[in-house]
Design a binder for this molecule. Structure first.
Ligand SMILES: [Zn+2]
Length: 414
């Protein structure tokens, strides 16, 4: 029996036991370290083995019951056979061998059905990456992309190719998990690069999304080898207030989570809001308390947005009229439909307007280039429908100078 007992550690010699400060009781140690090994002769009792090769569990080939490793002795295996399978107690070794091989074949077939091949896994990851880049919902893979691929493959290559595509995991949960995996991987790589670089600069801004939640966004610029790279750093939702202290807390926590520190941040770019630039409680003041050497500057895009707010009176008037017209059309479904019809008839580049928003200077500006591209459609619509929007303006909308100024605005804000 001794050869069936494998000890994970060699037995302690008497000299070592004397040297040890806390000798383990011999009985307890024996119970923890002994594992019984399987022998081919146990098959005559109807038992195969499963589990870890170091601690195998006896498994009955007739009922597939798994016993504890401590039962790996002929007497206990024989007792199982005689009590649970009395009709098979007199069977010979060949019978149990056939039963074991049959079990193995069934197990292999089942594994073949559920196993995801490496190629299918790779395809699943590439599909998830494509969906994430296109900003499409996770469900599109199983509701549209995979069925479409199966149809195309079925028609072009045959039904076997279509069946092969069924092996690609594409459920919404799988796609979400893949995107999360890739996101974590990208974040980890970026963190490693920042740690290796030792220096980086941050651009931080806070904005409100369409659901009303405050989002803190950060971009980072760092030295990567021989080049300077700029990439997205993080986006964190701010649960309550958007004060300088809260912004600092969220940013500081993120840096600490990724083993980065403020002494590595050499430059900081923000907007000119009070929560950022406040002398005592502002975000910059909090950062300077951590790193007095940091260089801070006011974002050039925000400066441009501020300049645009104090335009000459003529331009301001034209801009306000244009915004008024856009919002007038967009807020009335009938006017929107008539406007689209008119645009289609006159061959304009676009047929629907973008709602004007002042959330962000960069985003709000998108409506102007589109606005100017409508050409004559807008003037005709204005003359027929919107002529009441004059509000005592010095320059009447639609006049030659008005169009020039509007075009200038469209170019300057694009
Ligand atoms: Zn059994």
């Amino acid at each position: 029996m001794e050869r069936f007992l494998v000890r994970s550690k060699p037995p302690t010699t008497s000299a070592e036991t004397v040297e040890s400060d806390n000798p383990v009781p011999p009985k307890e140690k024996r119970e923890k370290t002994v594992s019984r090994q399987y022998h081919e002769s146990y098959l005559s009792y109807g038992f195969s083995w499963t589990g870890d090769v170091n601690i195998p569990q006896p498994e009955c080939v007739l009922c597939r019951e798994k016993l504890a490793n401590s039962n790996m002795v002929p007497s206990k295996l024989k007792r199982h056979l005689e009590t649970k399978h009395p009709f098979h107690a007199e069977r010979n070794l060949a019978y149990f061998k056939r039963a074991r091989d049959l079990n193995q074949r069934q197990q292999d077939r089942l594994l073949d059905c559920v196993k995801v091949s490496e190629k299918a896994m790779e395809a699943s990851y590439m599909l998830a990456e494509l969906i994430a880049k296109q900003k499409k919902p996770h469900t599109i893979a199983e509701t549209l992309i995979l069925p479409a691929c199966k149809i195309i493959a079925g028609v072009m290559l045959g039904p076997d190719a279509a069946n092969e595509l069924s092996k690609v995991p594409a459920s919404d949960n799988t796609i979400k998990r893949r995107i999360d995996d890739m996101s974590e991987d990208i974040e980890q790589h970026l963190t490693e690069k920042l740690q290796a670089s030792g220096r980086f600069s941050l651009q931080i801004d806070e904005s409100t999304d369409i659901s009303g939640a405050a989002q803190l966004l950060a971009n980072v610029r760092y030295v990567d080898g021989d080049s300077i790279k700029e990439t997205f750093f993080f986006c964190k939702e701010m649960a309550s207030h958007t004060t300088g202290e809260e912004i600092f807390k969220v940013t500081d926590n993120y840096l600490k989570e990724n083993n980065l520190c403020w002494s590595m941040c050499v430059s900081l770019c923000t907007d000119g809001a009070a929560c950022m630039t406040g002398r005592v409680r502002g975000f910059i003041a909090k950062v300077k308390a951590q790193n007095p050497q940091i260089v801070t500057n006011h974002c050039i895009l925000h400066r441009e947005a501020l300049v645009a707010k104090t335009m000459p009176p003529e331009l301001t008037e034209v801009l306000n009229q244009a915004v008024q017209m856009v919002n007038y059309i967009k807020s009335r479904p009938l006017k929107s439909r008539l406007f689209s019809q008119l645009c289609a008839e006159m061959g304009a580049d676009h047929q629907s307007l973008i709602l004007h928003t002042e959330v962000d200077g960069c985003l709000g500006g998108k409506s102007y280039p589109v606005f100017t591209s409508f050409g004559k459609s807008f003037w005709n619509f204005h003359v027929n429908t919107l002529s009441h929007i004059r509000t005592g303006s010095r320059m009447r909308a639609g006049a030659p100078g008005w169009l020039t100024l509007q075009t200038y605005l469209g170019i300057s804000t694009s």
